[in-house]
Ligand binder design. Structure first.
Ligand code: NAD
Length: 260
């Protein structure tokens, strides 16, 4: 479906970003990966997914909290792939603490990675998308972009901000072939959430399985995790011609979390 198009997925060495990159590769998009840690497993999974289409695969290790490194990432995509057609702003971190104890450096990092990075990639991708009069920007927000939880002030502020940013850019591009939408997942079992489950099990002296059950039971009525694969398939739909007039939406995939 996306042969000849290039998708940049930020934070795609793990979790949701990797899942989305795999599904886009399966649809024939060239992929630019980004993120920290061991990149080899992500590279081989994405390469395998796109092999039948002969996709091209790139990687840039920009730290998404640093505007200069984001500029280098976007310049790399321009030089190697002729720009970014599908931009998935996914990189994100979490920090859990009451506001009076919230470390200032963690606040700044959450806002920079979860919110400001999307501003930088978007402003840098936009001229190329306007020139082609085609583009898809998918911002991975969260159920926490729509409702709040205690002790996640930076994350909730960043994700609400990302939903607002999505709407604003959707309006700026409303008469063009560029669409901008957000996806708002509930719980997805990735390293980011596993850490919260492990912390809960330690804090409450319960097993990891019990902590997992309690975490879901508290917020997510389906009692099922959403999978990265499901978010990848929704991304494919939002990139398709069928979704050409879906603009500025914040689409929850949260097992009923925000219906309550
Ligand atoms: P994850 O920890 O598995 O993956 C995060 C990715 O971002 C990794 O590839 C990591 O290397 C990368 N990353 C982190 N900091 C970075 C930085 N400074 N620069 C570049 N890359 C960086 O997390 P995940 O659960 O897959 O989360 C992905 C996105 O989905 C985040 O924006 C998160 O807020 C959002 N989200 C997750 C859930 C969930 O339940 N897991 C729910 C809603 C929203």
């Amino acid at each position: 479906m996306f042969k000849g198009k290039t998708a940049l997925v930020t934070g795609s060495t793990s979790g949701i970003g990797l899942g989305i990159a795999v599904v886009l590769a399966r649809q024939g998009a060239n992929i630019v990966l980004n993120g920290f840690g061991d990149t080899e497993p992500a590279r081989s999974q994405v390469a395998e997914a796109g092999r039948v289409h002969g996709i091209r695969l790139g990687f840039h290790g920009a730290d998404m909290s640093k505007p200069a490194e984001i500029e280098a990432l976007m310049a790399h995509a321009e030089a190697e792939f002729g720009g970014v057609d599908i931009l998935v702003n996914n990189a994100g971190i979490q920090h859990v603490a009451p506001v009076e104890d919230f470390p200032v450096a963690r606040w700044d990092a959450v806002i920079a990675i979860n919110l400001s990075s999307a501003f930088h990639t978007t402003r840098l991708a936009m001229p190329g998308m306007r020139q082609k009069n085609w583009g898809r920007i998918i911002n991975i927000a969260s159920a926490h972009g729509l409702v709040a939880s205690p002790q996640k002030s930076a994350y909730v502020a960043a994700k609400h901000g990302l939903v607002g940013f999505t709407k604003s850019i959707a309006l700026e591009t409303a008469t063009t072939g560029i669409t901008v939408n957000a996806i708002c997942p509930g719980w997805v079992l990735t390293p980011l959430v596993q850490k919260q489950i492990d912390d809960r099990s330690r804090r409450e002296g319960i097993t990891v399985a019990e902590a997992e059950r309690d975490l879901l039971g508290e917020k997510q009525p389906s009692l099922q995790f959403t999978t990265p694969e499901q978010l990848g398939e929704l991304t494919v739909f939002l990139c398709s011609a069928a979704a050409a007039n879906v603009r500025g939406q914040a689409w929850a995939v949260d097992g009923g979390w925000t219906a309550q």
